[in-house]
Design a protein around this ligand. Structure first.
Ligand code: G6P
Length: 615
């Protein structure tokens, strides 16, 4: 997804901007660009120098060096196309005349009417983007040099409908960055005698650890020595937060891809997620904040909202919350939830699940939900400083560390881990006995080592992955709580190997998808040792009878035997409650190795972005 970096300093800022863009690369992008205000050494005249390229940030680095672009103030952007194809023209920064340049995250919904309006004023449009209209609008409100950049931006944003994070420079005021936030995150990085702007603090880890998080509707003027912020026309003060660990984990170490590294980090990050949250025998619910226990006391039902992989974590959690806590739980996709009429039962806890905490649909769902009378809002999130966490009443953070691979792995299993803890916390209030809690907590303690064992399946999975490389379609089957696990397995495979993968509850096979099964169709099934095993086996026989090739990930204690056209992969034995987390791991490895065999760009799959901050 798009990324913004801006800097104003005494020193040269070109490399700061480029490094910032590199740090945002993992979010997914298709083109990049920067604009610097360059001062002529002899005449002291200034002019805006723009460099833009299609493709990776390295190309921009080369082009910037070639263009000898330099400056002490500048803005930069990585773009993920929404309006108009990835091209140099459509890449940001966008210009209006010689003086205005701006970068934008988000989507302007009324850009067509703005274009019509501006064309009537004599503006020419050179790109297909919504952003170019903002540049011209600001230029228009400058009325030559009659009004300052700040007041022109203030006027311009009044006309914008949609979402934006903006950073603007003007050659007539070559010492200022003007920024505005509405629906798209922006932070100001505070330095000494220099200041910065970014859509994610991660981009500025090399220059500062002090940040001001702009709030919705904020406009700011950022200069070398000062930061001034306005909200609804009034000047406001915003707190400076120190954010530790601005390291983007950008080292793959001994791994070929971030995704593999992140798969292997799971035992550790699951342990980190449990640390301080459980004792030997019980959950330490105070770890979730002082208000949390009081709010949990009021909960009689749960509504979960999320997108993508995070929504699969929600679907698994529904089973835990209903079986352990006996509390009804509903799960919605954020993009649907925000547009439907919702009936909120009294005592309902609203939960969002998100790795990034910046997903536009999930954030919009939270904002919508806050008006509906839920008992409280809880964010389960991997980024402590994210908008989602800041806007929710309480949070339970996952400790996955930064996830760079676009296909989510460790974020998912840590989300599941914390959701299981949540089910126990709610269960305490609805009759879960201390002995039952202790049993569950002891299971949680075993989790990191079972995951470690599951990673040992790598070699076997690598071998079978070769059999998928020429396939175009596949089916994933699971029953009950394993159905969302099958969905996640199928999502991973399609995301990174581009093989069509469809997940079905195994019991539904005979109601349609069985028609697809022939000897060319690989069918993957997850078979933990639970009460549904007999029924699952019957479903698998239906596949075998149609000549389908089965790959069954089975709990080793079942002693499921391989046969012709049925390959069993024995998964380390685990309790039923842990099975969704444990069985996820071999499916991650399967998709990874299939993608490797196919030679796709595992960490940056085509058309996808890590963090989707537009609707
Ligand atoms: C994007 C990512 C997915 C992720 C989804 C939700 O589509 O590619 O991996 O599951 O967004 O992201 P979130 O940060 O809210 O979990």
């Amino acid at each position: 997804m798009c990324g913004i970096v801006g800097a104003v300093a005494e020193r040269e800022v070109r490399d700061i901007l480029l490094e910032g863009l590199k740090r945002l690369e993992y979010r997914g992008y298709d083109s990049a660009g920067l604009a610097l205000i360059t001062t002529d050494a002899t005449t002291s005249d200034t002019r805006i120098n723009t460099v833009k390229t299609v493709g990776k940030v390295n190309k921009l680095v080369t082009a910037t060096t070639k263009a000898k672009a330099s400056g002490r103030i500048g803005i930069a952007h990585t773009r993920w196309a929404t309006h108009g194809k990835p091209s140099v023209a459509n890449a940001h920064p966008h210009r209006s005349g010689d003086d205005i340049a701006l970068v934008h995250n988000g989507i302007i919904e009324n850009y067509e009417s703005l274009r019509t309006l501006l064309k009537k004023q004599g503006y020419r449009f050179d790109t297909d983007t919504d952003t170019e209209a903002i540049a011209h609008l600001i230029h228009h409100y400058r009325e030559g040099n009659k009004h300052s950049l700040l007041s022109a931006v203030k006027k311009a944003i009044k006309l914008l409908e949609g979402a934006y994070g903006l950073c603007v420079i003007d050659n007539n005021e070559p010492d200022k960055l003007v920024v505005a936030r509405s629906g798209s995150p922006l932070v100001i990085g505070v330095g000494i005698g220099e200041n910065f702007v970014a859509s994610d603090p991660l981009a500025l880890g090399q220059v500062t650890d002090r940040f001001i998080y702009l709030e919705e509707g904020d406009i700011a003027q950022v200069e070398r020595e000062s930061v001034n912020i306005w909200h609804k026309g009034k000047k406001v003060k915003r707190e400076i937060t120190t954010v530790a660990h601005q390291n983007n984990d950008s080292d793959k170490g001994r791994y070929e891809h971030f995704m593999l590294k992140e798969i292997y980090e799971q035992p550790k990050v699951i342990k980190d997620t449990l640390d301080g949250r459980i004792s030997k025998t019980s959950v330490l619910e105070q770890a979730f904040g002082i208000e949390a226990p009081g709010l949990f006391d009021k909960v009689t039902s749960v509504q979960i909202v999320a997108c993508g992989t995070s929504s699969h974590a929600g679907l698994v959690a529904k089973y835990w919350i209903e079986s352990i806590a006996k509390v009804p739980c509903q799960v919605d996709i954020a993009s649907d939830y925000r547009y439907r009429d919702i009936i909120v039962l009294p005592g309902t806890l609203f939960i969002t699940i998100s790795q990034s905490g910046e997903t536009a649909d999930t954030l919009a769902a939270l904002r919508y939900a806050k008006k509906l009378g839920y008992v409280a809002t809880l964010a389960i999130c991997n980024v402590a400083t994210s908008s989602l966490v800041r806007e929710s009443d309480i949070n339970m953070l996952t400790m996955a560390g930064q996830e760079i691979g676009v296909a989510s792995t460790k974020a998912f299993t840590t989300q599941l881990t914390i959701l299981l803890v949540l089910a126990i916390v709610l269960g305490r209030r609805t009759g879960l006995k201390p002995a039952a809690e202790t049993k569950l907590v002891k299971e949680l303690h075993k989790l990191p080592s079972i995951i470690e064992k599951a990673l040992g399946l790598k070699k076997q999975i690598k071998t079978i992955s070769k059999q998928f490389s020429d396939k175009h379609h596949s089916l994933f089957l699971g029953r009950g709580i394993q159905y969302p696990v099958a969905k996640e397995g199928a999502l991973k495979l399609k995301e990174i190997s581009y093989i069509h993968a469809e997940a079905y509850p195994a019991g539904e096979l005979k109601h349609g998808p069985l028609a697809l099964v022939d000897n060319k169709m690989p069918v993957v099934a997850v078979a933990p040792n639970n009460d549904l095993l007999g029924k699952l086996k019957a479903n698998l026989s239906e596949v075998s009878a149609r000549g389908g090739k089965l790959y069954v990930f089975a709990d080793e204690s079942i002693n499921f035997a391989s046969e012709k056209r049925l390959k069993v992969i024995n998964v380390p034995s685990c309790s039923e409650v842990l099975a969704p987390i444990v069985f996820t791991v071999p499916l991650q490895l399967l998709s990874y190795y299939v993608a490797i065999t196919k030679g796709t760009d595992v960490d940056h799959p085509r058309n996808l972005a890590k963090s989707v901050t537009v609707e």
